[in-house]
Design a protein. Structure first.
Length: 169
């Protein structure tokens, strides 16, 4: 499989996982329900980078200020078309802050924003001086990470995984 291309997962409901005759590179695996499946390369027109994360917030300006102050995203803080836009200066995905409806349960979504930092302890120390306290620093497979919550109780973390030895990005 071409390392520059991202794989896509497709179900294949055959106990033999008989996809060897498939013309594209394929990898078989078993799902939790014991069905077979395969991975194939993503078509050229479906290979898209993550560009924006939308965060629902009760207080849009407070949430925008949080990500600007603690993670260096740039914003005017102005609400345009019902959104506050935050941009990165290093080419990463941007964030849009959207007003949460009263019915939305904040902090209950299965998503965590992970910010790449080379030194978790140093970043956490500076963040603490600025009012953002991260939890314990965890070690995992040659990298560190620590977790915190934004003003709307959404999970955020800082991680050195992208900088671990022997890994190139």
């Amino acid at each position: 499989m071409d390392p520059q291309r991202r794989p896509s997962w497709s179900p294949f409901f055959n106990a033999e996982c008989a996809v060897a005759a498939h013309s594209r590179p394929t990898l078989c695996f078993r799902t939790q329900n014991r069905q077979s499946a395969y991975v194939t390369e993503t078509p050229e027109d479906m290979n898209s980078p993550l560009g924006t994360v939308i965060i629902y917030a009760r207080d849009m300006k407070k949430t925008a200020a949080f990500y600007s102050q603690h993670f260096g995203l740039e914003t005017t803080g102005e609400v345009v078309e019902g959104l506050i836009e935050l941009r990165t200066t290093n080419g990463g995905a941007g964030i849009l802050i959207h007003q949460a409806a009263k019915s939305v349960k904040l902090g209950q979504v299965g998503v965590k924003l992970s910010f790449h930092v080379p030194d978790v302890a140093a970043f956490a120390a500076v963040a603490a001086q600025n009012g953002l306290n991260f939890g314990a620093i965890h070690e995992a497979n040659g990298y560190q990470f620590a977790n915190a919550k934004d003003p709307d109780q959404n999970s955020v973390c800082i991680s050195s995984r992208a900088f671990r030895a022997g890994i190139t990005r």
